[in-house]
Design a protein around this ligand. Structure first.
Ligand code: FES
Ligand code: FES
Length: 162
């Protein structure tokens, strides 16, 4: 079920501090609260989307210490001392190729696609052992048929010197 607010707190709150897009965050949360809900409904980072809520679609992809993760699966308390990065930290100019390639239609998958693309361009060595399509396989899209996404991400990598 897709949440539209932070779920009511049913347990004693716990304190968590981490870095979000370069800024320190310190909050009290329900121990079971998902990172996705914390980002969207407690911290206003609504760029991160919920698709399946089950770790299948990748719409909720964010980076934790530089690694893309499904924020719908991770309890926020596990973020203690980590660096969390969301799509709000990305300069739209860096991913403008996605807009012109047919990679975005409804846009629900786009923030997750962007975060995985950023991970690939920050780790170009991944392309020595994997195809771009393999690296993007965790981001499902019900609209585009994927060719536009792969073309747009590939062009984005080229424009960023990868
Ligand atoms: S909403 Fe997290 S993987 Fe689909
Ligand atoms: S553009 Fe609609 S789900 Fe990907």
């Amino acid at each position: 079920m897709v949440a539209d607010s932070v779920p009511p707190m049913n347990r004693s709150p716990i304190d968590v501090a981490f870095t979000l897009n370069g800024l320190e965050v310190a909050i009290s949360i329900d121990p079971a609260e998902r990172l996705l809900d914390t980002l969207r409904y407690r911290l206003g980072m609504t760029g991160t989307k919920e698709g399946c809520g089950e770790g299948e679609c990748g719409a909720c992809t964010v980076h934790v210490d530089g690694i893309p993760v499904n924020s719908c699966l991770i309890p926020t308390y596990q973020m203690r001392g980590t660096r969390v990065r969301t799509v709000e930290s990305i300069d739209p100019a860096d991913v403008s190729a996605l807009l012109g390639s047919g990679a975005t239609q409804c846009g629900a998958c786009t923030p997750g696609v962007v975060m995985t693309a950023v991970w690939v361009w920050e780790h170009p060595e991944l392309l020595e052992s994997h195809t771009l399509r393999q690296l993007m396989a965790g981001n499902l899209c019900r609209c585009t048929g994927y060719d536009g996404i792969i073309a747009g991400v590939g062009q984005t990598l080229e424009e960023n010197g990868r």
